[in-house]
Each structure stands twice: as structure tokens, then as C-alpha cells.
Ligand binder design. Structure first.
Ligand code: PHB
Length: 387
């Protein structure tokens, strides 16, 4: 054998053993979630759900032990690229999982694309992530901001409501939730007469509540979540508006928050891809397992974290744990039917869940299932060109 041949043989052997190590060593998962701020409890529920699924698989995915690397993203878009790069470049993770805040998630999508890293979004609904920013390595286990908003627009138009004021935080999630709502509500004959907003994560609602009282609409549509949602719903009731102008919203406004909202939330109607009383064997088993593990009831965020792990497992099983096989990973996920506690779902061509959106009503400490507001609702995936 001449020396060129020997070098080539060595390189091939080295390459093969590297690939083998990649598929058999610990699977590095980068969790980028909020651990502080108004969305902190959402981050915890997502991580709990994700870890629960992994634990149910004996702590391994596709035969590989799992190792977690964590960053608190603080729901701060200005730190998002640096935070994502810590996981991708410093820790060399195999997959990024995150996050809650739409602005942060868009930065993660950019980093994931540039580095061809797998990304699974377990909450943030930024329409762009499965729209113009979509990509073969980017998947979402949650929803697009458009989805629950659109479903509620249909519900409220069918109820015969005509004049609605919207109120939200001024960033992608609020804007797009209101956008989806308005699209369906106005198509159904209603009119959004005023769009109110305040910067994220401000909770000084008083001046805006005064504007709502003065506008005297038939109803209000809102997007808030986490700690901000708790305060908004309480302030709305304290301002004397609860019994005068009914408050509707994307279901985040009452999910994981009812304990703290108490009576202020009672009777509220919201739309979301999960409810506390689905009563299916799949959801019952999940809720029991979650309650046993964490001494807590799950919410929509826990479900989305659990399903992010399920999506990862589907892809990894198809490539026998070898994350370098991105095309095969994606092909398997695209074909899959995810057996979610919310009900089974598939992913659209732009990798967003195609799912039933439920109408729920708050009763006691639960978001009780009322009906299916929108069956198998698919985000339109506007602007997505899957490369
Ligand atoms: C978002 O920023 O996309 C977002 C945050 C919290 C939610 C839902 C959406 O509950």
C-alpha cells in the first residue's frame, strides 16, 4: 500500500468511527427556555414534559443516553443569538429545544439554520418560524400564533358579536394572535374597532382598561400568558369589566394560571389545542404520569414539551440515533402521527402541527372542554419555501 492509500484508509476508518461515536455517545440536548421573568413557569412545565417522555423511554432516545445543556433565555430577544450560540458552538449540542418567546425563537431559528442544527420549538408561536424562516431541520410541537386566534375569530363571529376591542403585548406573539383573530372575525362579519397594546412584559394595564370601558365593545379578545396573564385577568375583574364586557382569548390567558387568577377567570371562554378535561385514555395516562412525577397538574406547556421529545424520538429512531442524517430524520417526522395527550396530530409541509383547536370554559381550577372549535386546523405556512 502506498502512503496515499494508507492515508485514505485511515481517513475512512476515522470517519466511520466518528459517525459511530456520533450515533452511540450521549445525545446532547440544548434546552433554551426561560427560567426567570413572566414566562418562567412556562419554561419549567416544558422541561418537565420533555423529561417525562424521556424518562418513560428509560432515559434514552434511540438507544442513546441523554445529556441536557441548559441556558436561561430570560425571554430576551437581544440575548437570544448569543444564548443559542452557547449551546450550538460551545456545548456542541445535537439538537436545540426552545423556546417560549416568539422573538427569542426567531433568533434560534436563524442560528439553527446557519449551523444546520436540529431545532424543535416547544411553544413560541412566531408565524415566521414555520413561514418565511421554515427549514428542513426546524420543527414545532406547539402551534402558530395564528391558530388559536383564528379559531376564536370564528367562534366569536358565530356568536353574533359585532364590535370587539383587542388587547395584548406589542410583539410577534400578540400581533399575530390578534392578526389571526381579526382575519376570521372580520370574515365572519365582525369588526375590530380598536387594537390596544403595551410593550412586553409590562403589566400597567390601567390606562388601557379605561379605554376599553369608554369604547363599550360587545367583547374583548386578548393574548397574554404567564405572570402577565394572571395580572391582566385580575385587573380586568377588579376594574369592574368582567360582568359588563366579556373577555375572550387565546387559551394561554388561562393556562397554568387559574390557581393565581381565582374567581377573576371564572366562566371565561378561550380557544387552544389542549383542555383539562379531554378524558381520552391517552390524556388520562399522561396526566396521571405527570402528576406522579411532579406533584402538579400538567398544562398546555407540559404537553408541548412532552411532544417535542416525541418528535425528536420519531426522527432519531428513523436514523438509529445518527443526527447527521438530517434528510431522513425530517422525512420520518413528516410522515409521523404524533400520539399527543391533546389528540393525535401530524405536521404540515412547513412543520407546524395540524391539530384540533378546542373551545374551553373556565370552571373551578380547570379549562373545561366545551367543543371542537376548529377541526384539524392547519397554519397556512405563508412564505415557507422548504429547501
Ligand atoms: C410566544 O411568544 O410565542 C408565546 C409566549 C407565551 C405563550 C404563547 C406564545 O403562552
Amino acid at each position: 500500500m502506498n502512503s496515499t492509500r494508507i492515508t485514505l484508509a485511515c481517513a475512512l476508518a476515522l470517519g466511520a468511527s466518528f459517525a459511530h461515536a456520533q450515533a452511540t455517545g450521549k445525545l446532547k440536548i440544548g434546552l433554551m427556555l426561560p427560567a426567570t421573568g413572566t414566562y418562567a413557569s412556562l419554561g419549567t412545565a416544558i422541561e418537565n414534559g420533555f423529561r417525562l417522555y424521556v424518562a418513560e423511554q428509560g432515559g434514552k432516545l434511540a438507544g442513546r443516553d441523554v445529556e441536557f445543556f441548559k441556558v436561561d433565555d430570560e425571554s430576551d430577544p437581544s440575548k437570544a443569538v448569543d444564548n443559542a450560540n452557547k449551546l450550538v458552538k460551545r456545548d456542541n449540542v445535537d439538537v436545540l429545544v426552545g423556546t417560549v418567546h416568539s422573538g427569542v425563537a426567531m433568533a434560534m431559528a436563524k442560528v439553527a439554520k446557519e449551523n444546520k442544527t436540529l431545532l424543535i420549538v416547544p411553544n413560541a408561536g412566531a408565524d415566521a418560524v414555520t413561514g418565511p424562516m421554515c427549514g428542513p431541520t426546524i420543527f414545532r410541537s406547539s402551534f402558530s400564533n395564528w391558530q388559536p386566534g383564528y379559531a376564536m375569530g370564528e367562534v366569536m363571529a358565530k356568536k353574533g358579536l359585532k364590535k370587539v376591542v383587542t388587547i395584548t403585548w406589542k410583539y410577534a406573539a400578540g400581533d399575530e394572535s390578534v392578526g389571526g383573530f381579526k382575519e376570521a372575525f372580520e370574515k365572519g362579519g365582525g369588526k375590530v374597532v380598536k387594537e390596544l397594546a403595551l410593550p412586553f412584559p409590562n403589566v400597567e394595564f390601567q390606562a388601557l382598561l379605561t379605554e376599553i370601558a369608554a369604547a363599550r365593545p360587545d367583547a374583548v379578545y386578548t393574548f397574554f400568558a404567564g405572570g402577565g396573564a394572571v395580572k391582566f385577568v385580575r385587573d380586568y375583574a377588579a376594574a369592574g369589566l368582567k360582568d359588563k364586557i366579556p373577555l375572550y382569548g387565546a387559551g394561554f390567558v388561562t393556562d397554568g394560571t387559574l390557581e393565581a387568577q381565582g374567581d377573576a377567570a371564572s366562566g371565561m371562554f378561550t380557544t387552544l389545542h389542549y383542555a383539562d378535561s379531554l378524558g381520552t385514555p391517552r390524556d388520562n395516562a399522561f396526566r396521571l404520569s405527570y402528576a406522579k412525577a411532579y406533584k402538579l397538574q400538567p398544562d398546555v406547556y407540559a404537553v408541548q414539551g412532552y411532544d417535542a421529545a416525541q418528535i425528536l424520538a420519531v426522527g432519531l429512531n428513523a436514523v438509529k440515533g445518527d443526527v447527521s442524517k438530517k434528510a431522513e430524520f425530517a422525512a420520518a417526522v413528516r410522515k409521523a402521527r404524533i400520539d399527543s395527550p391533546r389528540g393525535p396530530f401530524t405536521l404540515s409541509a412547513s412543520h407546524n402541527p395540524v391539530q384540533d383547536i378546542y373551545l374551553r370554559q373556565v370552571g373551578g381550577k380547570d379549562n373545561k372542554y366545551v367543543s371542537v372549535a376548529s377541526k384539524a386546523l392547519a397554519d397556512p405556512g405563508r412564505g415557507c419555501r422548504m429547501q
